[in-house]
Ligand binder design. Structure first.
Ligand code: GAL
Length: 683
């Protein structure tokens, strides 16, 4: 159970900012919340200025009344620590709290998140506020969870001011111990960057040309750790006051600056904000699916929580259309289908002032009884009550994508043979499995891989010895691996492992790569499987591969690459390691992944028409089949071996079902036989 006080109900609600409204409006808020079936609100995320209008003066009266009103209406609170936007008095009095960018420019108050994560003053004042909140509300019946800060590192994920510089040096001293070790790790013999005292070291600021890559990489590690320290500081304060109340912060999915894998160890449960482009044809469903799968994988032993999504349109695209009718419901269901134990929105009531007043809310600017979106909110709330049996159940995947923040940071540093969009590449691969209804986790290459049949390592550029050995063990034991170009190139210091790429994976893959013949924008080559295979267009990259044990599955066609290996297969121990030395087009990639998946024994949850998403969630004693129709027309499909009870209609379903445009169903399966593989063992 993510939030014990919800008593196995799915969470439903959103950010609630009563401080923006006169108290007379609050009565209507709770009345409408009850009508909508809301059971959880995230309270007061940006209310620091109202809670502490001056340094010496606190005002908890309004929050007391809001908490009491919510408790009286049986609505629980995910109480925010309110530290995401320091009030103006703070920087006026203590300018050192302000963040400074790599060019030396200051971020000023007037929007939000302008604080330096490394400022001792910010930390002191945040800790004081959080201590007071924890002490005041620790026994409050409405308190169900703690929401620390908000979307850490969304706008400001770096600081280059004096506090950050000192903290960076301390972090480096801890990592390296001696300046000799640092100089060696940073390769400072290159371009005369040798440091003779710690005080010479700076954060990577504006430089004439490419800054030292290891300095940049360490700075990213440092900033992620520094911001995580803020979370841990606040978490420890609230945990001391309320050891039984779970603590989280809202992630942002594929958010590069924060190493969420490292972060997740510190969370009681993980939660995230999902804002894909809602317009048709923009890939919103696939993007949402990838984000859900990533976040779910960060804490695999429990569900996650969809902390925010928009009710309809947002305000940051060039043109902000609404979610087409049915899509809000469908994407809410998608979160559940992929492992969330609830659906929350930003925000409860649309603001009437401020930068996000046109962003929409569960209650919009028009009266609730006239609002199309509020009708949808009520309908969804009623459905979620019927879906409560899924709470606590989990998604099991046979495929994993190795996805590592350190590899992401390193491979996207400047000065590479061709730019690589690491997360995009991983998501493109995910999308091919998503389209086939094959569940995928995102894993660290060094984590336990037993249980997966297939692991894909797209551009796993930075690879430790431990992770390489783990991948080899996985294949040796019978697993299937597909590594792509630019994997296993550098060590943790971003130093090339010389002697032939991809050094640490050479024996496993049965090949070595001599050089890279990258393809520029608009340039293509073709690859061909065997002599008779149809040519398939490829882009971006071509590895000059020499096999040393691997068999060649496909070859390039053009220029000096003609006839040279593009895709290989190598039997290793009881498993198989494939290598992809280029980027095939969408269909060819799907085809390749399909072939490799079949060879690995990977099965789809359901064979369904295009645009129909199917997932399974499992308990120790129940299984649920989700089927979601993302098409704008109805579809008929066969449930094959599955049968059971539709949780919404209460009717038995079997064989063929019809799903309306944007329709969805969840079937509690009859456990008459072991359909689709063994049950998850309960933890
Ligand atoms: C999130 C943020 C919310 C709100 C929302 C809509 O990123 O956490 O506070 O700003 O976006 O833009």
């Amino acid at each position: 159970m993510l939030i014990p006080k919800l008593n196995s109900a799915l969470a439903y609600g959103g950010d609630y900012n009563p401080e923006q409204w006169p108290e007379s409006v609050w009565q209507e808020d709770v009345k409408l919340m009850r009508e909508a079936g809301v059971n959880l609100v995230t309270l007061g995320v940006f209310s620091w200025g109202k809670l502490q209008p001056t340094e010496k003066h606190y005002d908890f009266g309004w929050l007391d009344r809001a908490m009491d009103l919510l408790a009286a209406n049986e609505i629980f609170v995910d109480l925010a620590t309110a530290t995401a936007s320091p009030p103006p008095w703070m920087s006026h009095r203590y300018p050192d709290v302000l963040a400074i960018d790599a060019n030396g420019a200051t971020f000023y108050p007037g929007s939000r998140q302008h604080y330096s994560p490394c400022s001792p003053t910010y930390r002191r004042l945040a800790a004081t506020l959080v201590g007071r909140l924890a002490d005041r509300y620790k026994k409050h019946p409405a308190l169900a969870a703690w929401h620390i800060n908000n979307e850490y590192g969304n706008h400001v994920a770096e600081c280059h001011g004096p506090d950050a510089t000192i903290a960076f040096r301390t972090w480096l001293q801890r990592r390296y111990g001696t300046l000799e070790a640092l100089n060696s790790a940073w390769g400072t013999a290159f371009w005369s960057q040798w440091y003779s005292t710690w005080n010479e070291i700076l954060t990577p600021r504006r430089t004439p040309t490419f800054a030292n890559p290891t300095q940049q990489l360490d700075y990213k590690r440092f900033m992620s750790d520094a911001v995580l320290e803020l979370f841990v500081m606040e978490r420890d304060i609230v945990r001391a006051a309320t050891p039984d109340v779970p603590v989280t912060t809202n992630y942002m999915g594929f958010h590069k600056p924060m190493n969420y894998r490292k972060w997740s160890v510190e969370m009681d449960f993980v939660s995230w904000d999902n804002y894909p482009d809602p317009l048709p044809g923009r890939g919103g469903a696939a993007a949402g699916a990838a984000g859900h799968d990533l976040v779910r994988s960060l804490k695999k032993d429990r569900p996650f929580l969809l902390m925010e999504q928009s009710i309809s349109s947002v305000t940051w695209h060039a043109a902000n259309g609404p979610k087409p009718p049915g899509v809000m419901r469908l994407w809410s269901w998608q979160a559940l289908a992929r492992g969330s134990d609830g659906v929350l929105f930003f925000q409860w009531r649309a603001s009437k002032a401020g930068a996000e007043k046109f962003l929409g809310g569960m209650v919009s600017h028009i009266p609730a009884e006239k609002s199309r979106t509020f009708a949808d909110v009520k309908a969804l709330g009623a459905e979620l009550k019927k879906l409560a049996p899924i709470s606590g159940s989990r998604v099991r995947a046979q495929v994993a994508i190795a996805f590592d923040w350190e590899a992401w940071w390193a491979v996207e540093l400047d000065s590479k043979p061709a730019p690589i969009a690491y997360a995009t590449w991983a998501q493109e691969i995910h999308a091919r499995f998503y389209a086939q209804n094959i569940a995928v986790d995102f894993v660290h290459p060094a984590e336990e891989l037993t249980g997966y049949r297939l692991v894909i390592a797209p551009a796993l550029y930075l690879l430790s010895e431990t992770a390489a050995a783990n991948l080899a063990r996985f294949v040796e034991g019978g697993g299937h691996l597909l590594a792509t170009y630019l994997s296993g190139i550098v060590d943790e210091n971003e130093h090339v492992i010389v002697g032939g790429y991809p050094a640490r994976l050479r024996a496993l893959l049965g090949l070595w790569v001599e050089e890279w013949l990258v393809l520029g924008q608009g340039e293509t080559d073709t690859i061909r499987y065997g002599k008779r295979g149809q040519p398939v267009v490829c882009t971006h990259w071509r590895d000059a591969i020499h096999t040393e044990g691997a068999e060649v599955l496909a070859t390039f066609s053009k220029g000096i690459m003609a006839g040279r290996p593009a895709i290989t297969r190598h039997r290793f121990g009881r498993g198989v390691a494939y290598y992809l030395g280029t980027k095939p087009g969408k269909a060819a990639l799907a085809d390749l992944l399909g072939k490799i998946g079949r060879a690995a024994g990977v099965s789809a949850v359901l064979q369904a028409p295009p645009g129909v998403e199917a997932t399974l969630r499992e308990h120790a004693d129940a299984r649920f089949l989700f089927v979601l129709n993302h098409n704008t027309r109805a579809v008929r499909l066969s449930l094959r071996n599955y049968s059971g009870c539709d949780l919404i209609t209460g009717k038995q379903v079997t064989l063929t079902v019809e799903l309306a445009a944007h329709g969805a169903m969840v079937v509690e399966l009859t456990l008459k036989r072991n359909v689709g593989g063994p049950m998850h063992k309960p933890p």
